[in-house]
Design a protein around this ligand. Structure first.
Ligand code: GLU
Length: 507
């Protein structure tokens, strides 16, 4: 095993708080954590919220809660603090500003005043010539003093990275050795936007340096950003950290893991009744085997023996059926009967969860034995459905369209409670000029598996956003298998129609 430098090892996971807490974030966090633990170092959680339009507080909280549920404990972070904070990028804007000024002074970056029209013309020309679209360095020829004056007179500008025109960037990845990328492939990255906010590249490099990160362990989708980062380290006169790019998790069809094909939210697995230690174990297995090849291992087993040269680079498939198999082994081999009972209670068989259901069920109960059939859909991951019942009062293809729209609309919902959920469906009915009575049977069946059940909006609130969305996805699959799904083209035109009619973006 390679000798790790004598300085204290510091690693970090740096998620952006947009959308649901992703299993990919947990996977990165795990490898960063075990690497730090193995070398007696520290593991940091940094929130990269420079994308103001997409970052939300709710998503940050979900990241903290979900990593906490998986017991991936960080030593420094926005909640626990630390000496090198703040650990939330939106609170470090003045730090980035100082660094932008340094780059403008030493020529590592320059001001660019190009209008969006010029940039889009440039892009179209390059695309027509089948070139990779990139900035052409037009504003590099401006006199820096004049550019500074124009900027201080209020002309809007962005700050771009000054990229060499010739040669190649050579950098090192601990798992891949040398990586070479021609500078001609590297765009003059915007480092600071016209609104004064830094972009990922600048903030990430500045923070990794100031937080004394020694090893950057992240997904391989960032390899192509390596040259930009290396250039920034050079321009600041800093030594870059060591890089370890992990293979990306994939869907069973080998495409990049996506929520359209697999549940990717960590909370889905919590709500569907998986054990956090089994999920973490499975994420570890994605790119790692312990020296003794055992399949069942904990975070501390992994930390004690971790050797990054054992990371395998094959495209790991995140296969839910294998995760289920592993979870089953945990239930049978790792927990005593008492533990099992306690964990089942912690999950959903507790007063709090049952107490939420009871008021909804009560008007429909004659005996206790009526409770379980009514409420069973709240304790399961999936429900059985067929095409006829899922179509309800709609044409099957319309059912597909409307389920897709509901999926998009529900993704935007900040407050997952009965009333706002109801408002989503009311809005869809109104925009689609349908009566709620026509629209709802489809959703009743998709969520509960039955056309008679508990009040739907309240039930969805109890079921939670993740399982509710999984069921909509499964309903779409059933319709699609029966030939009533949305084709690729159909989906594209639905996206357009949706954005026009509902005025919403799709993430
Ligand atoms: N904010 C980036 C992400 O969410 C971090 C990438 C990195 O680790 O540098 O993927």
């Amino acid at each position: 095993m390679e000798n790790i430098a004598q300085s204290v090892v510091r690693t970090r996971v740096a998620p952006s708080p947009t959308g649901d807490p992703h299993v990919g974030t947990a996977y990165m966090a795990l490898f960063n954590l075990v690497f730090a633990r193995k070398h007696g170092g520290q593991f940091i959680l940094r929130i990269e919220d420079t994308d103001r339009a997409r970052s939300t507080e709710g998503s940050e909280k979900a990241i903290l809660d979900s990593l906490g549920w998986l017991d991936l404990q960080w030593d420094e972070g926005p909640d626990v603090g630390g000496d090198l904070g703040p650990y939330r990028q939106s609170e470090r804007l003045d730090i980035y500003e100082v660094h932008v000024q340094k780059l403008l002074e030493n020529g590592g970056a320059y001001r660019c005043f190009c209008s969006s029209e010029r940039l889009s013309d440039l892009r179209s020309e390059q695309m027509a010539r089948k070139e990779t679209p990139r900035y052409d360095g037009h504003c590099l020829s401006l006199d820096p003093e004049e550019a500074e004056e124009r900027g201080s007179n209020g002309t809007p500008y962005v700050v771009r990275l000054n990229v060499p025109t010739e040669g190649e960037c050579i950098f090192h990845d601990e798992l891949r050795d040398e990586i070479r990328i021609a500078w001609s492939q590297v765009d003059h990255q915007v480092l600071r936007k016209s609104d004064g906010f830094p972009t990922y590249h600048l903030a990430n490099v500045v923070d990794d340096h100031l937080m004394n990160i020694t090893h950057v362990i992240r997904g391989e989708e960032w390899i192509n950003s390596g040259p930009k980062h290396i250039l920034l380290y050079e321009a600041f006169g800093w030594e870059p950290p060591k890089f370890i790019h992990l293979p990306l998790l994939r869907n069973p069809d080998k495409s990049k893991l996506s929520k359209r094909k697999n549940p990717t939210s960590i909370f889905h697995y919590r709500d569907a009744g998986f054990l956090p230690e089994a999920v973490v174990n499975y994420l570890g297995m994605m790119a790692y085997t312990l020296p003794d090849q055992r399949e069942i291992f904990s975070i501390s087993d992994m930390s004690e023996t971790f050797d990054h040269s054992r990371i395998s680079l094959g495209g790991p498939i995140f296969d839910v059926s294998k995760l289920k198999w592993l979870n089953g082994r945990y239930l049978r081999e790792q927990l005593s009967a008492n533990d099992l009972l306690a964990r089942l209670g912690e999950w959903k068989f507790n007063d709090e969860f049952l107490g939420k259901i009871l008021p909804l069920a009560l008007p429909r109960l004659e005996t206790f034995s009526d409770f379980s059939p009514l409420a069973s859909f709240l304790f399961s991951e999936k429900v059985g459905i067929d095409v006829d019942s899922i179509s309800g009062k709609l044409e099957p293809t319309d059912a597909s369209r409307l389920i897709k729209i509901a999926e998009w609309e529900l993704e935007k919902l900040r407050e997952w409670k009965g009333e706002p959920i109801g408002n989503v469906f009311n809005r869809i009915a109104e925009i689609e000029e349908l009566k709620l009575k026509q629209l709802m049977p489809t959703f009743f069946v998709a969520i509960t598996g039955s056309s008679v059940s508990l009040p739907l909006f309240e039930a969805m609130a109890i079921l939670g956003p993740d399982l509710s969305r999984t069921r909509l996805r499964l309903a779409l699959e059933v319709l699609s298998e029966a030939g009533h799904g949305l084709s690729k083209k159909g989906l594209k035109s639905l996206e357009k129609e949706y954005q026009a009619k509902y005025g919403n973006r799709i993430d």
